[in-house]
Design a protein around this ligand. Structure first.
Ligand SMILES: [Ca+2]
Ligand SMILES: [Ca+2]
Ligand SMILES: [Ca+2]
Length: 484
């Protein structure tokens, strides 16, 4: 057989070679298969035999292949058939990869989305969402959902030591060891008594305040002497004890040394008693005058009791933290050494918190603007179970209201009634000021004094109280304005 005989489509007809049936000789003299009516999207590879290009089918390759209907499906998400081919599409939040799969778009990482200021972006497969920041939770209020701070202190999710105060803050909370304890707040240990630092307070220390009170007392004395007031001949009841308790005590202690000295001291005491009597009477007159001028209402029983004025009758006062020369301080609660006899009210909306000042001059009690909501109330009570009846007391305290619409500070005096004694709603500046309340003890003695903070709608600042003193006698007007 010749080489030509092996050509496709070449046939022997007797001794003659010609193109086979279904084949035709082309212009180059080679037999070529013929397809009728032809191959539209393919090539003719044999008589009436088409080989279709990809994406086409049918006898003459004129039909499109629907790839989207073929298993396995060529696309992961969406397939769209086209003439001769197909296209893959991905659902939103995804992107088409070169291998026709769909991958998640990390919207948070790409920076394509911006969550509201109080939320964070969380990527999900095919999407993302804006979640409340850690420490906040979604709550419905005033017509919409909003991320609000979780009060960890109120829901007891905090891990503060039992000897620590939990201070809630926006998005977080703090554990702070109570006074008398030290540590990181999660663990607090007792500070040994003698290591408690004595730090001067700002503005004006308690000692300063006492100095001022004594100055007032001395000036009153001088006034009395100048007036040369004669004691009432019929005589009011003499004070039980001398008006100069410290001198009295000193005399007694020295008196033990020798008989001679003792005699001298007795005279001294007698003198002191006389002086005290005179002073008291004079002061009483002075005070009565002052009262009538001020229009204060005082029971006449006070005068009869012979228990007036700044010259104080020495007696053992309960809760006495500090007895200073000539001044009987019933309660001194500067908050530096614990909260004294103060108690947090259990039925209010929030607690007062101890806070320390930036320049480390000791603690005070505060209601930060973060505490509670508008109109919420927090009460701090000073219990006074053994206050002497029918006597005067002066309550002095430092306070400040900082921040726009931070709220109100009120002081209630509680005996059988609860009487609003003092109120401050706003402050022109951030400085500490001194408040004073004159208390008269009738038969119905004061059981407690309540400092009540009512929150405003302001979000910054604080309502703070410090250096609370309860002193026997009348308040010395105008002397205790603290500068700074
Ligand atoms: Ca197709
Ligand atoms: Ca995503
Ligand atoms: Ca919080």
């Amino acid at each position: 057989m010749s080489v030509l005989a092996r050509q496709p489509g070449l046939c022997h007809y007797a001794s003659k070679l010609a193109c086979c049936y279904g084949w035709r000789r082309n212009s180059r003299g080679v037999c070529e298969a013929t397809c009728e009516p032809g191959c539209k999207f393919g090539e003719c590879v044999g008589p009436n035999k088409c080989r279709c290009f990809p994406g086409y089918t049918g006898k003459s390759c004129s039909q499109d292949v629907n790839e989207c209907g073929i298993r396995p499906r060529p696309c992961q998400h969406r397939c769209v058939n086209t003439h001769g081919s197909y296209k893959c599409f991905c659902l939103s939040g995804h992107t088409l990869m070169p291998d026709a799969t769909c991958a998640d778009i990390d919207e948070c990482a790409s920076g394509k989305v911006v969550c509201p200021y109080n939320r964070r972006c969380v990527n999900t497969f095919g999407s993302y969402y804006c979640k409340c920041h850690i420490g906040f939770e979604l709550k419905y209020g005033s017509g919409r959902y909003d991320c609000v701070d979780i009060n960890e202190c109120a829901v007891s999710t905090h891990m503060c030591s039992p000897h620590a105060n939990c201070l809630n803050s926006q998005g977080s909370f703090k554990c702070k060891c109570k006074q008398g304890y030290k540590g990181n707040g999660l663990q607090c240990s007792v500070i040994p008594e003698n290591s408690v630092r004595e730090v001067p307070r700002a503005p004006g220390t308690i000692k300063d305040r006492i100095k001022k009170l004594l100055a007032h007392k001395n000036s009153m004395k001088k006034k009395i002497k100048m007036k040369n007031v004669t004691p009432d001949p019929t005589g009011t009841r003499a004070p039980k004890v001398t008006s100069k308790p410290i001198i009295y005590e000193e005399s007694l202690s020295r008196g033990e040394n020798s008989a001679g000295e003792k005699k001298g001291n007795e005279e001294k005491i007698k003198e002191a008693l006389e002086e005290g009597k005179t002073e008291e009477k004079a002061l009483k007159n002075d005070v009565e005058q002052e009262q009538s001028l001020r229009g204060d209402v005082f029971s006449s029983k006070v005068n009869e009791a012979g228990n007036l004025g700044l010259d104080l009758v020495q007696r053992k006062v309960l809760n006495s933290k500090l007895e200073y020369k000539g001044l009987n301080i019933s309660a001194d609660c500067s908050f530096d050494h614990g909260v004294c006899d103060w108690k947090q009210d259990r039925e209010d909306d929030f607690d007062w918190n101890p806070a320390d000042r930036d320049n480390a001059v000791g603690y005070y009690m505060t209601v930060p603007a973060l505490a509670g909501h508008r109109k919420d109330i927090g009460r701090l009570k000073l219990l006074l179970p053994n206050l002497q009846p029918q006597s005067n007391f002066c309550l002095l305290f430092d306070y400040r209201l900082v921040g726009d619409k931070v709220g109100k500070l009120r002081v209630f005096v509680k005996n059988s009634n609860n009487v609003l004694a003092w109120e401050e709603t706003k402050s022109e500046d951030e400085r500490w000021k001194t408040g004073e309340i004159q208390l008269y003890q009738g038969i119905d003695t004061t059981k407690s004094i309540i400092f009540e903070a009512e929150r405003g709608k302001g979000k910054t600042g604080e309502i703070a109280v410090d250096g609370v003193l309860l002193i026997s006698g009348l308040c010395p007007d105008g002397l205790l304005t603290v500068e700074g």
